[in-house]
Design a protein. Structure first.
Length: 182
């Protein structure tokens, strides 16, 4: 009588066969016909009473407005008694001939104050630009895109005066601040 030769993989295959069969039967046992709760939910949804959707409201037709100036002021002329707007002959103008400083290429709201240093009697504010570079400014320096000039430095903020167009061909000064970043 001749003995069958066993390869190392044969024993593992025989062990895997019954194990695979048992796992398959276990998985199939979960696929029973236990759908009673689903059938009850479907019946409950079907039993709901159908409600009527309200009709779409009628849209009133557009009534155009015709402006007649009879007895009314011209909306394109200034009001009587209102101060006249600044004319373009105002002496206030930004100095466009001076060399631009590095912090003037960034909008003022993108700059943040990160500290204050006093050195040899002068106070400097440390400003972080959007590109990550920290610059130092002192009174008289310019920053921001609206010709902002530093007029005061405290421990918590920098006060500036910006020169902005007034909309009537002239320029006006506007106060601004840059606060210490938290």
């Amino acid at each position: 009588m001749r003995r069958a030769r066993w390869w190392p993989g044969c024993a593992a295959a025989l062990c895997r066969g019954p194990l695979a069969l048992a796992m398959t039967l276990l998985l199939l046992s979960g696929c029973g016909d236990n759908m009673g709760d689903l059938k009850r939910y479907v019946a409950q949804v079907k039993a709901h009473k159908v409600t009527q959707i309200p009709p779409v409201p009628q849209i009133t037709p557009y009534q155009p407005f015709t402006y007649t100036a009879e007895g009314r002021r011209d909306p394109f002329q200034p009001q009587a008694g209102a101060p006249p707007p600044s004319s373009s002959s105002s002496k206030l103008r930004p100095d466009i001939n001076r060399p631009r400083e590095p912090l003037e290429e960034f909008p003022l709201d993108s700059l943040s104050m990160v500290g204050v240093i006093t050195f040899k009697g002068a106070t400097y504010a440390m400003i972080k630009a959007p590109d990550g570079v920290i610059h130092r400014v002192t009174i008289g320096d310019h920053m921001g895109q609206n010709y902002g000039k530093v007029i005061k430095i405290t421990d918590h903020e920098i006060d500036l005066v910006e020169v902005v167009p007034n909309g009537f061909g002239g320029w006006e000064e506007r106060p601004a601040t840059v606060s210490l970043a938290e």
